[in-house]
Design a protein around this ligand. Structure first.
Ligand code: ADP
Ligand code: ADP
Ligand code: MG
Length: 669
């Protein structure tokens, strides 16, 4: 086996590869950009090499620097992870030319599958079923429109070089074809530097079902069954599972055979995924082949009990596949949820910032754990720790949460419990949305197709409900504890603070929150054993039962209520009953004067460099919206809007070096 490999990636996948290498006794070399000097993947590897500035083009996409790092550290092979250089044939070739093993397929196989059109032409020859369509070289708009008219609408125009859900246009009728074509070509040239497109029949209500394949250099090729990745937003996967609900043994074998035929047609070696689009009746068509390890490979690992990264290393070293087809079996059911720093309520726009508080459900970090029959029930593949930042430079995925159950129902329950226990403060995440999705009727009943999220929009994006008295009571309890710590009036015991009030004869107090965009005054009346809390038309008796760190148990009108409360600056986050409530708190003491002073003048907290400007002159923004990101002391600092308002002027440009206290923007309320 190799003694040392270099991992040409970052984030969760770099950590995940490092963990298998370590278990196999293979030393690892991390590479990192300036933004990642303190990243988890660097800490997990045995050695690390700096490869340049934060933008991926200058670091993680710099083939020369990465190969130089491998040569300098004596790494015998490079694992590219996914994204970045993983499907770059020139990089695979450059590794080979430098005498380094590329842990992936030969460059020729990447080239063959790299263009969706060329791949389809090859697959046609290999008798793999294709979606009806045109994937030839003719790109004349009239010709393409004629093809579309002949196949019947709706059709899908796809960038041949596309990926990541980009460069696709659905066309409903002939009159819209030319405009859609032009817009697709524009996006394709901008994103992929190649405006070649193909046109195919757009299937309505299809499922995305893909087959994991593995081939070695000795001529063996197996499939490790399917994954259903139908639940998508913007053509990108959100939830993945294995096996696919409703899959019959015959269909599985037919799809497996089609996938291995596809791999063999291009002389494939290593891990690959053949993606199919399937009709509800089960008929399926080749869509594309991803010539790398896939983001969602853990669900396959869970149901097969195999470590696919270990397989990759063995195959790359020249060993035969660890198992033959008939030795592979499916055990139970696995689900994966991609936890993203994004805002589902704002069209899933990425959210950046610092993970100020991060608690995850109890899990083995990455251990395959358990046995093939009974794998570990919960796995978290993550590239971040509390205090790390999600920056604008890279993919905003925070982690992958993977669960296993004896059947789909058990896996569903575990996923929904695990999502409740996944707690992030500091940026927006899709966790609450994922939980609604997992618990939704269509997903729970496996009524799957790629339009699930859009079709069930109303149920998946319910109008926000007013805060419940239980949540409010937890928030107030934690604020009092927080306040007593901060002002050092007494110990951290909220009762000490309350005693303080009584001594001062201050038996009533009003706190002010914001809920559903409205000011919400909450009154507290001190009583013998607790207090009466009142807001809107509600009143309740509240007493503290226990407090341990940020975990509270309280009684609200005699009912026991438990929750975790994190006070983050002027926002109270309450995690209770499987939900995350965010309550802005208008602190009269902290903000007297301070906010006024901040408004209109946003200054650099320390000397540093401007690495991202997220707003333009004249933009109106909401309180807390990130405006600008500075990099200082190897850390990123987000400058956020202190209030709802408008950006009057952005005073510096990207890359500018600024001194502490420099005004960066002017802002009008
Ligand atoms: P699949 O799920 O089929 O593997 P995706 O397109 O969702 O396909 O996965 C690849 C995507 O992962 C890339 O398009 C990119 O946005 C994202 N990505 C690439 N590198 C990383 C990384 N290091 N960490 C997280 N996400 C990444
Ligand atoms: P990418 O390279 O971006 O992953 P794919 O060709 O794999 O592009 O397609 C991504 C997604 O787009 C699929 O998972 C599916 O949801 C949708 N899609 C692709 N082709 C079709 C089609 N012919 N009909 C309907 N939906 C499609
Ligand atoms: Mg795809």
């Amino acid at each position: 086996m190799f003694t040392k490999i270099l991992i040409a990636n970052r984030g969760e996948i770099a950590c995940r590869v490092a963990s298998s290498a370590r278990r196999m006794g293979v030393k690892t070399v991390a590479v990192y950009s300036d933004a990642d000097i303190n990243a988890r993947h660097v800490a997990l590897c045995d050695e690390s090499v700096a490869i340049g500035a934060a933008p991926a083009k200058e670091s993680y996409l710099s083939a020369d620097k990465i190969i130089a790092a491998a040569l300098a550290t004596g790494a015998q092979a490079i694992h590219p992870g996914y994204g970045f250089l993983s499907e770059n044939a020139q990089f695979a070739q450059a590794c080979f030319d430098a005498g380094i093993v590329f842990i992936g397929p030969p460059a020729s196989a990447i080239v063959a599958m790299g263009s969706k059109s060329a791949a389809k032409a090859l697959m046609e020859k290999a008798k793999v079923p294709l979606v009806p369509g045109y994937h030839g070289d003719q790109q004349d708009p009239d010709f393409l429109q004629n093809e579309a008219d002949a196949m019947g609408y709706p059709v899908l125009i796809k960038a041949s070089a596309g990926g990541g859900g980009k460069g696709m246009r659905i066309v409903e009728k002939s009159q819209q074809f030319k405009d859609a074509l032009a817009s697709c070509k524009r996006e394709a040239i901008n994103s992929f530097g190649d405006d070649k497109v193909l046109v195919e029949k757009y299937l309505t209500q299809p499922r995305h079902i893909e087959i994991q394949v593995f081939a070695d250099t000795h001529g063996s090729c197996v499939y490790l069954f399917e994954r259903d990745c139908s639940v998508q937003r913007r053509h990108q996967k959100v939830l993945e599972e294995a096996p696919a609900p409703g899959m019959t043994a015959e269909r599985r074998m037919a799809m497996g055979n089609a996938a291995t035929a596809a791999a063999k047609a291009v002389g494939y070696v290593g891990a690959g995924t053949v993606e199919f689009i399937a009709n509800q009746d089960g008929s399926f068509y080749f869509m594309e082949m991803n010539t790398r390890l896939q983001v969602e490979h853990p669900v396959t690992e869970m149901i097969t009990g195999q470590d696919l990264v270990e397989w990759q290393l063995r195959v790359a070293f020249g060993e035969a596949l660890p198992l033959q087809q008939q030795q592979l079996k499916i055990h139970g059911h696995a689900l994966e949820a991609r936890i993203y720093a994004e805002n589902p309520d704002n069209d899933f726009l990425p959210s950046i910032g610092t993970l100020r508080h991060l608690r995850t459900p109890a899990a083995v970090a990455f251990e395959l754990g358990g046995t093939a029959e009974q794998p570990a029930a919960l796995r978290i593949d993550s590239g971040v720790r509390e205090g790390d930042a999600i920056s604008p430079f890279y993919d905003p995925m925070i982690a992958k949460l993977i669960v296993w159950g004896r059947d789909r129902q058990e896996a569903l329950t575990r996923m929904s419990d695990a999502l409740s226990d996944y707690r992030v403060v500091g940026l927006n995440t899709n966790i609450a949305f994922l939980k609604r999705l997992v618990e939704s009727v269509p997903f729970a009943s496996a009524d799957l197709d790629t339009g699930l999220i859009e079709r069930h929009h109303a149920a998946l994006f319910p109008a926000p409900a007013p805060v419940s008295i239980e949540v409010m009571a937890l928030a107030v309890m934690a604020l009092l504890a927080h306040e007593s710590r901060r002002t050092r009036v007494a110990s951290s015991d909220p009762w000490a603070l309350l005693t303080g009030w009584r001594m001062n004869a201050t038996l009533q107090r009003t706190l002010e929150f914001t809920d559903l965009g409205q000011r919400l005054p909450v009154t507290l009346d001190y009583e013998q054993n607790g207090w009466t809390l009142g807001y809107a038309n509600l009143t309740s008796q509240v007493t503290l039962v226990t407090q341990q760190g940020s975990d509270y148990a309280i009684r609200v009108d005699g009912r026991l209520v438990r929750g975790t409360v994190v006070v983050d600056r002027d926002t109270v986050h309450v995690f209770a009953a499987g939900k995350h409530a965010v309550l802005p708190y208008n602190d009269p003491l902290a903000h007297a004067g301070q906010v006024e002073a901040e408004v209109g003048r946003l200054t650099a907290p320390m000397p540093g460099k401007i690495v991202a400007i997220l707003v333009c002159k004249g933009d109106t923004v909401q309180k807390g919206a990130p405006l600008l990101i500075m990099e200082a002391m190897k850390m990123e600092h987000t400058i956020a809007a202190p209030r709802d308002g408008m950006v009057e002027e952005v005073l510096y440009a990207m890359g500018d070096q600024v001194e502490e206290g420099t005004q960066l923007l002017s802002f009008k309320v």
